[in-house]
Design a protein around this ligand. Structure first.
Ligand code: HEC
Length: 206
């Protein structure tokens, strides 16, 4: 993520303009707690450091009707491969391929995100926009959604993260100054549409 974008998000979190979608979401709550305890200078230094790292996608987005049995474990789902498959329905279920590696916070851990059948193609169509009311995502996020000076890079990020951000713009919990550009985009999107867009954007190469 570009330095300016990260620094702005941290300022928004500190100012209360970027809040939790769900008060029980522990990782987000910890993030807000950390930023309140970090000086502005240190936050900028962190943004500078992280903006210099390249995002490597270690995520497979897989369309499926039935998926390995997911069990909530801490912050993630663990797939229990020995149990019978379950129906995915209108959901995105994501988890590490090797839960032990995830527990060790191995940065090379790979993940699978199961998304509904047909969602990637439907999301691609939605991303092209519907005229003036909803311009194409690429208008601000650039070709391949790899980012411009207006919109951050979003290609190949985790579908549940993408869904959560789109929902946050819609619900108003992400309400920083630049978030206003996303507000009209998400206004007309149903929950189905948002799942499809998250599947499509997550399936792209960063
Ligand atoms: C008019 C410009 C514009 C268009 C069109 C647009 N976006 Fe955005 N988008 C932005 C801006 C600006 C931000 C940063 C918002 C902020 O500062 O909080 C953003 C942020 C996001 C984020 C959060 C990224 C992150 O990691 O924090 C997602 C996800 C996203 N947009 C998805 C989409 C999708 C999907 C579409 C098309 C359906 C789209 N955007 C169309 C301008 C746009």
């Amino acid at each position: 993520m570009p330095f300016g974008y990260l620094a702005q998000q941290l300022r928004d979190m500190r100012a209360g303009a970027r809040k939790l979608v769900n008060a029980h979401f522990a990782p987000g709550a910890l993030m807000l707690q950390v930023i309140r305890q970090t000086s502005e200078t240190d936050a900028e230094a962190a943004a500078r450091y992280f903006s210099g790292l390249r995002y490597t996608k270690r995520l497979k987005v897989v369309e499926a009707a039935r998926i390995p049995h997911p069990v909530a474990h801490g912050f993630v789902y663990v797939f229990e491969k020995r149990r019978p498959l379950v129906s995915l329905g209108e959901r995105i279920i994501e988890g590490p391929d090797d839960p032990e590696r995830f527990e060790m916070r191995d940065p090379r851990t790979t993940y699978t995100a199961y998304v509904p059948l047909g969602s990637i193609a439907r999301g691609a169509a939605l991303a092209r926009g519907n005229g003036a009311a909803r311009p194409p995502c690429a208008l601000c996020h650039g070709p391949g959604l790899r980012g411009t000076s207006v919109g951050p890079p979003i290609a190949g990020r985790f579908p549940t993260f993408l869904f959560r951000q789109l929902y946050a713009f819609k619900s108003g919990t992400r309400a920083g100054v630049t978030a206003t550009l996303m507000k009209p985009i998400v206004a007309s999107l149903s929950r189905h549409d948002t799942i499809d867009l998250a599947a499509y954007v997550g399936s792209l190469s960063p």
